[in-house]
Design a binder for this molecule. Structure first.
Ligand SMILES: [Zn+2]
Length: 395
């Protein structure tokens, strides 16, 4: 079923339900029908046409009461954030909304999560017992309807994949592709290929060559979890294309380790001569920023280099003050500290408990009275939006 047929079906169902003066039950029926219809074909479209009654993704029973309660904790600042996300991500903006609310507007995210913990919203969700899943869904669906009531945005346009020349639309990409690779650029097959890697390389020499090629594309030592790492959004497009191509040509880290008969990624790297024998990573350090600061990931290097480029002076790894509950041994460190005392942390989103992890950092910051900014992969597309106030000339 194509996009137009689907929209027509939703329109007719909506009109029919309106004529009957339909209640919540009938609305739910509409939601289920339209989602089934949209997902029936091979050419599944996950995007969120702004004129849609339901959005383009499984609403997991999200209903009018959920929306009313959600809207009660929404605010103007959240509208502004959504406008910014629409600029960067087009119709795919809701996929990055949960993490962005969490780090940019923690109070709003906290209120939404509070509603989920008290089972006041999202109880039609398959995983209603998991507040983080319900939060994530609410932050997408509730925000979608809140934004739809006040503005429109362009539908996901047809584009051509620069790697394989296949035509596609951003709406065909899965949510994780948007989170890992940023605004739609590569087709679904190429995104999947980059994550899954090359299963056809079966000699250590060929695998080593692929790792060396990946290191060259990245401009740094590939971390062991390279297949799940976000491709830094602010690199030139040609380099980003080269990284995704090299990821697809590289076997999974597990295969590479097995081919070399070692459990250690560092051992593999030593055999490639990407790193010398004397090289020892400290605390998982894999590369250095241009100012010499050690970084644990390419994302950290992207941020550190961005700070340097914009003349923002920064210290690395400041200790958090001791706190009886949140930092009892006084050993926890943040990633960076600015001269005004603000702490900066980078949080990848590739663990299931990222909401809890980020909230723990925020709790510690609140308890110690330190201002904290948390950066997540979607922020790498536009660090100025998050860190602009620290650029010297704008103060
Ligand atoms: Zn492609």
């Amino acid at each position: 079923m194509g996009r137009e047929e689907y929209q027509e079906l939703v329109r007719s169902l909506t009109a029919r339900l309106r004529r009957r003066g339909a209640g919540a039950g009938a609305q739910q029926e509409l939601v289920s029908c339209s989602v089934l219809a949209a997902n029936a074909g091979h050419n599944r479209d996950w995007s969120w046409p702004c004129d849609s009654e339901v959005g383009g993704f499984n609403p997991y029973g999200w209903n009018a009461t959920d929306q009313a309660r959600f809207t009660a904790v929404w605010c103007d600042a959240a509208d502004d954030l959504v406008d910014e996300l629409i600029e960067a991500y087009g119709a795919m903006w809701p996929w990055v909304c949960p993490s962005q609310l969490l780090t940019r507007l923690p109070d709003v995210a906290g209120a939404i999560r509070g509603l989920t913990e008290h089972r006041m919203i999202g109880q039609g969700h398959t995983y209603r017992d998991k507040p983080d899943s319900v939060y994530e869904h609410a932050a997408m669906y509730g925000a979608f309807h809140a934004a739809r009531s006040r503005r429109v945005w362009p539908d996901s346009p047809r584009q051509v994949c620069p790697l394989c020349r296949a035509p596609f639309t951003g709406g065909q990409l899965n949510p994780w592709m948007i989170r890992q690779f940023g605004p739609a650029r590569w087709c679904k097959q190429c995104c999947t290929g980059a994550r899954d890697g090359n299963g056809a390389l079966h000699t250590p020499a060929a695998a080593r060559q692929a790792v060396v090629a990946l290191a060259a594309a990245l401009g740094t030592v590939p971390p062991q979890n390279f297949a799940q790492s976000p491709v830094a959004f602010d690199l030139p497009d040609r380099q980003r294309d080269a990284i995704v191509t090299a990821m697809a040509a590289c076997p999974p880290a597990k295969t590479i380790r097995a081919l070399h008969g070692t459990a250690s990624w560092l051992d593999v790297l030593r055999t490639t001569e990407i790193v010398g024998d004397a090289w020892r990573p400290a605390r998982g350090t894999y590369c250095s920023a241009t100012d010499g600061h050690p970084c644990r990931s390419l994302a950290e290097r992207t941020i550190d280099d961005w700070l340097t480029r914009h003349g923002i002076s920064h210290q690395i790894e400041p200790l958090w003050p001791k706190h009886p509950r949140f930092n009892p041994h006084g050993r926890r460190r943040a990633d960076w500290q600015f001269t005004d005392g603000t702490y900066l942390e980078y949080a990848g989103l590739n663990s299931d408990d990222y909401v809890a992890k980020i909230q723990a950092k925020q709790d510690l910051a609140r308890a110690t009275g330190i201002r904290l900014v948390v950066i997540t992969p979607p922020d790498l597309a536009n660090l100025t939006a998050v860190l602009g106030e620290w650029i010297p000339q704008s103060r």
